[in-house]
Design a protein around this ligand. Structure first.
Ligand code: NDP
Length: 483
């Protein structure tokens, strides 16, 4: 017999994905550049299902039933291009190459077009859930042709996470749509983690609570609308005690956050689309600031409490009330961050010609991926139905608007108190500014247009009649209509 699916690249992710496929009834062809990895996988897990190990790309292609379908799980970038070149040589028209790595969506668009020239289907599939997800059920975001999804869809559905019986996979859209949506997923993940971090900082420094006490708070929050994987693991991290020092682990970990690029891509893309994703941007910049060791040390030495700067503590008299205010602020700011992420997907879909069902995206994020949460059911409900009736922003969906009605007071208090105390809350504050920007009947954008017209004759529109206008600033200051 032949394999119905193959996996190229058998490191952590590829190996686990291959095992997941085999456990769910697929016959899986295996190939890895270094054959030892393939042998190791067979030795350790070869009895978990049907595997066809191969040690050349030609044998790999021979092992696959047609249309051949292969998932590439190698290092993103040049290695992915190299494997695509190899597969292109041995595959035939109608065959399907899936890239399950963390590719940039623009690379996926380029690769799809190139593969199409050879009559091949190329599917960029975002896969979230890390190592464990790959084995136990990830959230999968495939792009590529509708035709390829007929073959690929059932295979991916067999290995995806399930929520309420529904597999966490959907055909996101053509060419790079899947990797685009995976990118935004990661951006939202950055924002969510930053907001949780700010909440922790407020409770820790602001209210003087211990990591163990805050772990209990997060565990309690996990039984509210905030119920999510990220809140759950936050409690777990905060409870951990360092074996060596006996200190809370969080106090021993260096406060420099790393990143691998998808958050940055989300913000870069949002800038190109002129879609404000302030929560995500602040999260990326906050990680950047955390690694700026030299200026941080110098500023810590120079701008001290002795110099009259606030020292990061809050006078909290009613701790329970404060904890609840932070929870409300977190909920509101999180909603804004998700609203902004979905706006970016909508803007990307419009720009790149993808027909993306936002409700379906929210549904496949309910399980398997890092941002999985009950909250996504509410987002799916908000976007369900005719896209023409979709809310202009998630914050306007009736359920979420009521949530903001209830939370906005606490959100403002938290941002104001944090600011006075000198506790940085960039994501809380920028989300609030964004929300107030949406609500403002008049924005100073009018003044900016005036400035632009003065120095660059960029023209402006008027509130009272159509057309484009320019004031003769260096002349008699009369106004002319220019369009
Ligand atoms: P790595 O990113 O560490 O990549 C290692 C694999 O790539 C090995 O199989 C290696 O082969 C292969 N490889 C590297 N260069 C080449 C090349 N030039 N030609 C052929 N094969 C090559 O593996 P991971 O399993 O961690 O991740 C795989 C992909 O999945 C990446 O794109 C990653 O971004 C993505 N991803 C990872 C997640 C995670 O949690 N780790 C989560 C979601 C996605 P060899 O054994 O011969 O060295």
């Amino acid at each position: 017999g032949r394999a119905n699916i193959g996996v190229v690249g058998l490191a952590t992710m590829g190996g686990n994905l291959a095992r997941n496929l085999a456990r769910h009834g697929s016959a899986v062809a295996l190939f890895n550049r270094s054959p030892q990895r393939t042998r190791d996988l067979m030795a350790a897990h070869g009895d978990e299902g049907t595997f066809i190990p191969t040690e050349s790309i030609t044998d790999f292609a021979r092992a696959l039933a047609r249309p051949r379908t292969a998932i590439i799980m190698v290092k993103a970038g040049e290695p992915t291009d190299e494997v695509i070149r190899q597969l292109t040589e041995v595959f035939e028209p109608g065959d399907i190459i899936v890239d399950g790595g963390n590719a940039r969506f623009t690379d996926t668009i380029r690769r799809e077009a190139a593969a199409r020239e050879h009559g091949l289907h190329f599917v960029g599939a975002g896969i979230s859930g890390g190592e464990e997800g790959a084995l136990e059920g990830p959230s999968i975001m495939p792009g590529g042709s509708v035709e390829s999804y007929e073959t690929l869809g059932p295979i991916l559905a067999s290995i995806a996470a399930r929520v309420d019986g529904e597999p966490c996979v959907t055909h996101v859209g053509t060419d790079g749509a899947g990797h685009f949506v995976k990118m935004v997923h990661n951006g939202i993940e950055y924002a969510d983690m930053q907001l949780i971090g700010e909440s922790y900082d407020l409770l820790r420094r602001g209210a003087g609570m211990t990591p163990a006490e805050i772990a209990d708070v997060f565990a309690a929050w996990n039984r509210t609308e905030l119920d999510s994987y990220l809140i759950e693991i936050t409690a777990e991290v905060l409870r951990q005690v360092d074996a060596e020092t006996g200190l809370p682990l969080v106090d021993v970990i260096a406060d420099r956050a790393g990143m691998k690029g998808t958050g940055t891509w989300t913000v870069q893309t949002a800038l190109d689309l002129a879609t404000p994703v302030t929560g995500i941007a602040e999260a990326v910049f906050a990680r950047g600031l955390s690694t700026q060791t030299a200026p941080r040390e110098a500023a810590q030495a120079r701008f001290t409490e002795a110099q009259g700067y606030p020292g990061g503590t809050l006078a909290v008299t009613d701790r329970a009330a404060f904890v609840e205010a932070v929870r409300q602020a977190l909920l509101a700011a999180k909603l804004v961050a998700y609203a902004q992420g979905f706006d970016e997907i909508r803007a990307g879909a419009a720009r790149f010609g993808w027909d993306i069902d936002l409700a379906a995206i929210a549904r496949i994020w309910r399980g398997g991926c890092i941002i999985r949460a009950g909250f996504l059911n509410l987002i799916a409900a908000a976007y369900d139905g005719d896209p023409a009736d979709a809310p202009a922003s998630l914050v306007l969906a009736p359920h979420f608007a009521r949530l903001l009605d209830a939370a906005q007071g606490a959100w403002r208090q938290v941002v104001a108190h944090a600011t006075l105390a000198g506790i940085p809350v960039p994501a809380f504050a920028s989300s609030l500014a964004y929300f107030d920007g949406l609500r403002s009947p008049r924005l100073p954008a009018a003044l900016v247009q005036g400035q632009r017209d003065l120095f660059g004759a960029h023209t402006y529109e008027r509130t009272d009649r159509p057309g484009a206008y320019h004031t003769l600033w260096s002349g008699d200051r009369s106004e002319i209509r220019v369009g």
